[in-house]
Design a protein around this ligand. Sequence first.
Ligand code: FAD
Ligand code: SF4
Ligand code: SF4
Length: 417
Amino acid sequence: MAALGEATEQLNKIVDDGLCLGCGLCAAIAPEAIKMTRGEDGDLRPIANDQFDDEKMALVNQICPSLRIEGLPEDLASEAPHQDTVWGPYYEMSLAHSADANVRHEASTAGILTALAIYLLETNKVDAICHVKAADSPANFGVATISRTRQDVIEASGSRYGPTAALVDIESVLSSDENFALIAKPCDLNAMRNLAHIDSRVNQRISYWLTLLCGGFQPDASFNDFLRQNNLSKEGLSQVRYRGFGCPGPTSLTYEDGSKTSFHYLDFWGEDESQWSMPLRCKICADGIGEAADVVAGDAWQGASPDRVESETDKGFNSVITRTKKGQSLYQDAIGDGYITITDIVDRDYLSAVQPHQVTKKLAGQARVDGLRKAGSVAPEIVNMRADALSEMLGLDAFKEQKQGAFERANALKKQN
Ligand SMILES: Cc1cc2nc3c(=O)[nH]c(=O)nc-3n(C[C@H](O)[C@H](O)[C@H](O)COP(=O)(O)OP(=O)(O)OC[C@H]3O[C@@H](n4cnc5c(N)ncnc54)[C@H](O)[C@@H]3O)c2cc1C
Ligand code: SF4
Ligand code: SF4
């Protein structure tokens, strides 16, 4: 077999070191040289062909969210009235839900992202929404989609926890003459903020940046383990609805023969966040809180996990963070025009209580990155996200511990490969 070129080796190292999150942006900017394909582990990976060269790798180095994580551009970040070391720049934190009872019920938490997307379309603030929906196959994956109507948006509502290359088709957005809102995970938005530095079309075409609070996605192998543990097969699995139809609502698996099995969210994910299974990239994520977005929506359960009894009747409340003037205006207008119902103004302590894992990750971001570097792994540069202040807040002993933990994880992965 011919030796791989240096550029391909560099791209493969991002994957081999466990840092690729499968966003698809590298394939979008070099479609003739990179295809997103399922790798050996079953997840979505960039596979380079002989068209891939140093020039294209230089582009990947600039845009890949596993090599560089940036939040809002400085001018937008500095406008925000609140600058919190953990939570970043923001205008307001609140609890809210879609004013449409059906959207609230069907959506992942309480339908804030769906309500904002519908509002943007129905008030002609954008032509279309660029987001993701359930893939046809494998049914546990997500797939990029463009929504132009209320019905399209509702059909794509819900959380896609499986592998999802949200940005793989982004060139069709950038090369059009329409205005879009982008809804994607924080790391997808980090990638697009990177791309905005070298492609002026990004800020011309994407008018609104919306995201979710993100604790990590579920690798295909972990989903398969769950099926095995429950004596279920992937064969004939036609639909996976992770949550929604309540808050959080059941994780439902539907088969081609019409049979359906449902699990409580806590039986799918485990009783607390220590049991969540996620890739290395998510474990070291320094921005699960969506610092690149105009508006961020998440859950609002104390301690980050729902209560089994309360979840029987929970109608759903999103925690919402508005980060930019534009995001704050959009949110206020959507409330004023009856698309969103706000129930409480909350603060950073409330957010920290309902998202304790995000606080831990935020504080440990730089330490974990340093641990990866010490192990010789690829590691992201954290840009404009208070990495030094967060490390100081973490404290020296905890910093060393977190760095060592990441070092060991990275080494364990190297041995496994
Ligand atoms: C991988 C993952 C991890 C998460 N971890 C946390 C967490 O730790 N804490 C927390 O509070 N909330 C977490 N969430 C967010 C939570 O599940 C809800 O998505 C969020 O509260 C928004 O709720 P909503 O009712 O407004 O969403 P909806 O109105 O249902 O809208 C969801 C929107 O997000 C888009 N979307 C869904 N999945 C993806 C994906 N994989 N990639 C890109 N776009 C997507 C959909 O296209 C849709 O437009 C996570 C979500 C995901 C997908
Ligand atoms: S750009 Fe996205 S898909 Fe490509 S290597 Fe980086 S994380 Fe992976
Ligand atoms: S935890 Fe971070 S890297 Fe993982 S999916 Fe969420 S935003 Fe992306």
